[in-house]
Write a protein that binds this ligand. Structure first.
Ligand SMILES: [Zn+2]
Length: 263
């Protein structure tokens, strides 16, 4: 079978284990069913996720022009504390920013390679945790807008990591942490404006990924250097394909690439 399409991050279903889907214009691929099969990935072009043109991808699946122009690539996406819609202040498109920023957001602790703090829209729980390859996570606060979540994350970053080590995550070189104890420990550092939104009672969420063999020394596949790769798929974790020869492929980092997948 040959499937051709533009890569976007895999859709997921929170089952045990996680179910992964690649959504192409004409195909819907259940990636779990490709485990233990040889997959050939070939880069055939690019397609910006915003304008649709065949231009080099700059960041987040967008060409350079769209990345700096479009409301869905504003700085407040990566840095939630820069959100201003709650002040009626526009960054690039106030209607869009209100729609996205003025909705319930969660500040969470997730453990993928270490305990880290992060922010997501409430509607993205547990998707965000799955995408990061976290095997456990818990909410800390639920706030009514992105700004409050952002300033909480910034305050907590002084006391807990905000980055994942992707190699450690993929090697599964992990330990279980008591995230509920972490939540209590971090509580005093939550900014005053967000204190009323502290979540006391939620339990930890545990996530199981479909991995049959973890890579000992993960090597990341870069399609611009290796436009044609072939390997046996032995796992999926976070947004990564894991192959038998230690090659790993970050689907999300390749958004906007047009590929031909042969199974
Ligand atoms: Zn574009």
């Amino acid at each position: 079978m040959v499937y051709t399409g533009v890569l976007t991050k895999m859709q997921t279903e929170f089952l045990e284990p996680i179910q992964y889907y690649l959504v192409f214009k004409h195909d819907f691929i259940h990636v779990n069913q490709l485990l233990n099969k040889t997959i050939d990935i070939k880069l055939v072009g690019h397609q910006c996720l915003s304008c649709g043109l065949d231009r080099p991808i700059y960041r987040q699946g967008f060409c350079k022009t769209c990345f700096f122009d479009k409301p869905l690539a504003g700085d407040w996406i990566m840095r939630p504390e820069l959100s201003t819609a709650h002040l009626d202040k526009e960054d690039r498109d106030l209607d869009y920013e209100k729609k996205v920023q003025l909705q319930p957001h969660i500040v969470y602790l997730a453990n993928s390679s270490n305990v880290k703090v992060g922010v997501t829209r409430k509607s993205q729980v547990p998707t965000r945790w799955i995408d990061q390859g976290a095997h456990e996570a818990v909410e800390i606060v639920e706030v009514p807008n992105r700004y409050l979540a952002g300033i909480t994350e910034v305050a907590l970053k002084d006391h807990v990591a905000d980055k994942t080590n992707w190699r450690t995550m993929l090697k599964n070189d992990i330990k279980d942490e008591d995230l509920l104890a972490w939540r209590q420990k971090l509580k005093p550092y939550i900014p005053e404006e967000a204190q009323p939104y502290f979540i006391e009672n939620n339990s930890e969420t545990h996530i199981h990924f479909p991995v049959e063999q973890y890579p000992l020394k993960p090597k990341s596949l870069n399609l611009s250097k290796t436009p044609n790769y072939s390997g046996k798929l032995v796992g999926i974790k976070g947004q990564y394909f894991i192959f038998e020869d230690n090659t790993v492929f970050n689907v999300r980092a390749n958004e906007g690439s047009v590929v031909e997948l042969t199974v």
